[in-house]
Structures are given as C-alpha cells and as structure tokens.
Design a protein around this ligand. Sequence first.
Ligand SMILES: Cc1cc2c(cc1C)N(C[C@H](O)[C@H](O)[C@H](O)COP(=O)(O)O)c1[nH]c(=O)[nH]c(=O)c1N2
Length: 218
Amino acid sequence: MKITQEERNAVYKTIFARRDVRKEFIDKPIPDDVLERILIAAHHAPSVGFMQPWDFIVVQNPQTKRKIKQGFLTAHAEATNMFEGERKEKYQNLKLEGIEEAPLGICVTCDRSRTGSAVLGRTAKPEMDLFSAVCAVQNLWLAARAENIGVGWVSIVHDHVIRDALHIPESIDIIAYLCVGYVEHFQTTPDLERFGWLPRREAKSAIHFESWPNPINE
Ligand SMILES: Cc1cc2c(cc1C)N(C[C@H](O)[C@H](O)[C@H](O)COP(=O)(O)O)c1[nH]c(=O)[nH]c(=O)c1N2
C-alpha cells in the first residue's frame, strides 16, 4: 500500500499542528466511536518484542479528576520551590494542566512483566518496555489531533496519587496522565515558547551525521 501525496501532507500537517493543550478545552463530549479510534490508534504503536505492555484507563468521574487535581496542586507547589527568581515567578504563572476542564482523562500504564522476564529487544536495554508505552502515547496524541481533539500530558503528579485514584497495582508502571477533549482552537506555537519559558531549538542543531557533534570538528 502506497501513501498518496495528499495523505502524506495530512500526516505532516497533523504532526506540526499537534499541541500540548492545557486551557482551551470545551465542554463537548467525545463520541464513543471517536474515542475508540484514538485508543485503537494508540494500541497500534510499536512495542519491544511486540509485548504491547500498555493499558488505557479512561477517567470521566469528576471526583476522580478532583483527586488527581489535588495531587497536581501538591506536586506543583513542590516544583515551584525548585526554580528561583524570575524563573520561579514565570513557573507559577504557567497553566500546566487541564485535569478538571478536560472531559476525559486517559491514564497510560505499562505492565513490565506482561510477556515474561526475557523480552526480545529488551534484554540489553530494560527500559524499552517503558519507551514502548510512550510510543502509544504519541500515537494517541497524533490520532486525537487528527480528530481535532486536544491532549495535554500532566506529569506534575506523584504516581501514588494516580495509583490510589485509579486503583493501579504497584506492579504496574504509570506512564502518562493525559487530559483529552475538544478545544476552542489549537495554538500554532507551544505555550512554553509563547510565554517565554524556552524557544524551539533549530531542527538543524539537533541533527548530526556520523558522530556526536564535537565542537573541535564543527
Ligand atoms: C513526557 C512529557 C511530560 C509532560 C509534557 C510533555 C511530555 C512529552 N508536557 C507538554 C510539554 O510541555 C510540551 O509538549 C512542550 O512544551 C512542547 O509543546 P507542544 O506539545 O508542541 O505544544 C507537559 N505540559 C504541561 O503543561 N504539564 C506537564 O506536566 C507536562 N508534562
């Protein structure tokens, strides 16, 4: 099967138009069939040894979201003290989650023992199963964008909060908590760039040939 020029354009358009969404969520339900398409796209991510270590927990209950929001507030307050001066003030003013505004939360987990202890491809690099679950997050993020649905990743929450709220056993790793919903509009520039936290690096400064960039050879 060949990808046509039009389809290729749509893929690149989706990649470049994807944003981390925190405050633009609107109160419009996601139809079941749309949610299913996004989750099935996530489930078709690559995975080490084809172990498919992920699960997706869909969260709608406002009380559950409230617990996770409380966890965010705690972790956010701790984080504030890790920055200093102007940076600290800037950090405090950033909106870094949409846990209660988003109609859905989706928690992505990783069962590291899903297919036994020896996993093809994980033998020399044990973290490969965690990375596989992150690939599922990215598929979800892009599929959602193609459906004009926003996703925001919230990692400023301690695992134990999410574990308690969603009854996740200790044997399962928590990869991501995602806020998911339709949006007013998608920003064209990442919020962290718009609000002066960090700029986007030039793509060419991240791309190298043959070796790690050695300043002597540059
Ligand atoms: C692993 C991981 C974890 C987080 C994020 C991303 C990833 C990959 N991002 C989103 C992040 O800030 C965002 O992707 C970048 O700022 C780039 O913006 P766009 O995603 O291109 O809009 C994120 N954003 C936020 O507001 N709160 C958060 O806790 C996190 N955590």
